[in-house]
Design a protein around this ligand. Structure first.
Ligand code: ADP
Ligand code: MG
Length: 261
C-alpha cells in the first residue's frame, strides 16, 4: 500500500462557468504535506489559490479529485480546518476579547473559560493590553494578530492562511512572520499559506508550491532545508538565493504567457 501522508490533495480540478465564458480555476492539482510542515503557495493573481483553499476548507466542491486529512476526505466538510483571510473579518461591534473567543463560545464554551484558554495565544501575540478594544481602535498589524489568535482558537491542527499579511507594511509583516513561525513550531501546526511575496514564502516555509495561470496548476515545488525560525539574513544563503531565482523565472514566464495570450 502507498504511504499515507497527513494531508493529501489529489487530482483537484475546478471550472467556473460553461462555454466561451468557462474558466478552469485549477486543473489536476496534487501534492501532499506531512504533519507539522509549513507549505506556501505562490502564484499570480487569478491562478486559483483561493479556489484551492476553499476546496480544502470544505467550502466548495471540486469537479474532480479529493482532499484527505489523515485518510479522511475533507470535501464539503467545512469546519475541519482553521481558515484566515487577508481581510480580518473581525466583528466590528465586539471587543478583541469577544472576537478571539468566538470560535470557542460558538462551540458552547462559556466566555470566561474561553478567554482563559485564549490568553496564552493573546499574550504571545502582544494583545493582552488590547483585549477591551474594538477592531476600529487597532492598527492593521494588531487586527491581523487578533484574527490570527481567533483562528488559533478554532483548535484545528491544519491552518489555511490566504494572504493573511498581504495588506500590511513590510516591517509589520516581519514581526508577524516571527510570531507565526514561533506559534507554528511550538504548537506543531500544519499550515498552508498563500502569498504573493517570494521572500515571505522563503522565510516561513518548509515547502513552496508555485502555481501558473489558466489553467491554475502547479509549475514548481521546492523543499527548503534551512533551520527555522529563519532570520531575514537566511535569504542571503546560496540555497535560498537559487530557489528564489528559480521561482522568479517561473513567475516571469507565467506573466509573459499571460500578456501574450
Ligand atoms: P487567486 O486566489 O489565485 O487570485 P481565485 O481562486 O480567486 O484566484 O480565482 C481563480 C480563477 O477563477 C479566476 O479567474 C477567477 O476569476 C475565477 N473564479 C473564482 N471564483 C469564481 C466564482 N465563484 N465564479 C466564477 N469564477 C470564479
Ligand atoms: Mg485569492
Amino acid at each position: 500500500m502507498p504511504e499515507q501522508h497527513y494531508l493529501e490533495v489529489s487530482g483537484l480540478s475546478k471550472q467556473f462557468g460553461t462555454g466561451d465564458g468557462a474558466v478552469t480555476a485549477i486543473r489536476d492539482v496534487s501534492f501532499h504535506l506531512d504533519e507539522g510542515r509549513f507549505l506556501s503557495v505562490i502564484g499570480p493573481s487569478g491562478c486559483g489559490k483561493s479556489t484551492l483553499f476553499n476546496i480544502i476548507a470544505g467550502l466548495m466542491s471540486p469537479d474532480a479529485g479529493d482532499v484527505t486529512l489523515m485518510g479522511e476526505s475533507l470535501l464539503m466538510k467545512p469546519g475541519r480546518t482553521g481558515y484566515m483571510l487577508q481581510k480580518d473579518l473581525l466583528l466590528p461591534w465586539r471587543t478583541v476579547a469577544d472576537n478571539i473567543t468566538l470560535p470557542q463560545t460558538l462551540q458552547g464554551v462559556c466566555r470566561k473559560k474561553a478567554l482563559q484558554n485564549a490568553l496564552p495565544d493573546a499574550r504571545a501575540c502582544g494583545l493582552e493590553a488590547l483585549l477591551h478594544r474594538r477592531p476600529d481602535e487597532l492598527s492593521g498589524g494588531q487586527r491581523q494578530r487578533a484574527a490570527l489568535v481567533r483562528t488559533l482558537q478554532s483548535g484545528k491542527p491544519l491552518l489555511l492562511l490566504d494572504e493573511p499579511f498581504g495588506a500590511l507594511d513590510a516591517i509589520t509583516r516581519l514581526s508577524l512572520h516571527q510570531l507565526l513561525t514561533g506559534l507554528c513550531l511550538r504548537k506543531g501546526l500544519t499550515v498552508l499559506f498563500v502569498t504573493h511575496d517570494v521572500d515571505e514564502a522563503l522565510l516561513l516555509s518548509d515547502e513552496v508550491l508555485v502555481m501558473g495561470c489558466q489553467p491554475g496548476r502547479i509549475i514548481g515545488h521546492y523543499t527548503l532545508t534551512q533551520a527555522k525560525p529563519r532570520a531575514i539574513t537566511a535569504l542571503a544563503h546560496p540555497e535560498m538565493m537559487q530557489i528564489k531565482a528559480d521561482i522568479m523565472v517561473l513567475l516571469e514566464q507565467e506573466v509573459k504567457t499571460d500578456a501574450a495570450g
